[in-house]
Design a protein around this ligand. Sequence first.
Ligand code: C5P
Length: 303
Amino acid sequence: MNLLVSKPCLVINSYAKLNLQLAVLCRRPDGYHDLETVFERISLYDKIILKSLPNKKIKIICDYPRVPDNSSNLAYKSAKLLQDEFNLNKGVQIEIIKSIPVGSGMGGGSSNAAAVLTGLNTLWMLKLKQSQLAVFAKQLGSDVPFFIHNTAFGTGTGRGDQIAAIKALSKQRFWHILVVPRIKVSTPLIYKKWDELNNSVRETPRLTTPGYNVKILTSALKKKDLFLVNNTLFNNLEEAAIKLYPCINRVKKKLGELGVKAILMSGSGPSVFGIVSSRKEAVNLSVKLKKEQFWRIFIARTL
Ligand code: C5P
């Protein structure tokens, strides 16, 4: 996360993520699912501009109509959480300039929440450590803690909220083509479908998770062998998502036809990414894919 303080406001880049592996283990008694996932932070970002306001006022401004400007916004909840926890009589205006597609499986809302926590730690001079911010992040959503950790690649366990950096990949950088079908996907619905497909209530975790292997993924990424990488990419929400939204499979097929070797849906979808060998390849693909008017196309690299 880049912080740029230019009084009296603070500008933060709020980056997106991809999931290179996502294994759902079981449904928990609290309704959430235990999972194992590998996150990658990418260069696609929203801009968050924080400005101090008097009293406890929290004001959200966003250029994108589907983002709520009220207390249901995760960015609002982040500010409220800190206000309440530290009994602060300080307010903030949170301006969100969106580039990360909303509800796409790339963690835009979660990243914005993390950016507000990090930014307010500076603006309100709270002096909280990363580990303390991570505790607040967990309360806001399963994906929020990853964005608090300053790492390009990390594993997430528990609800996806217990993060460990993958140090072996810290210097690795990859180019991606991102395709986001213009559909609205409900994350809870995807998990419900996963329950249905996996005999409803599996409330004990599997002992082994087929498909999830960070060591093999790490080794394939380090070799930059995209065929090998493709064999280790894994998301077992994909089947549920494709059953509900078949267009996700059309995107995967199209990328395959265009020669992309490593392809996967991110998070609960509907975004699909391809890992490609250069920026040039990503640009060439984006030119071809932009003919599809129901898909939004982006290029991003590891950050
Ligand atoms: O944690 P977050 O609010 O982002 O989760 C959104 C929804 O996704 C939850 O309400 C739940 O239905 C589902 N979810 C889950 N298990 C997880 C993460 C999310 O069931 N580990």
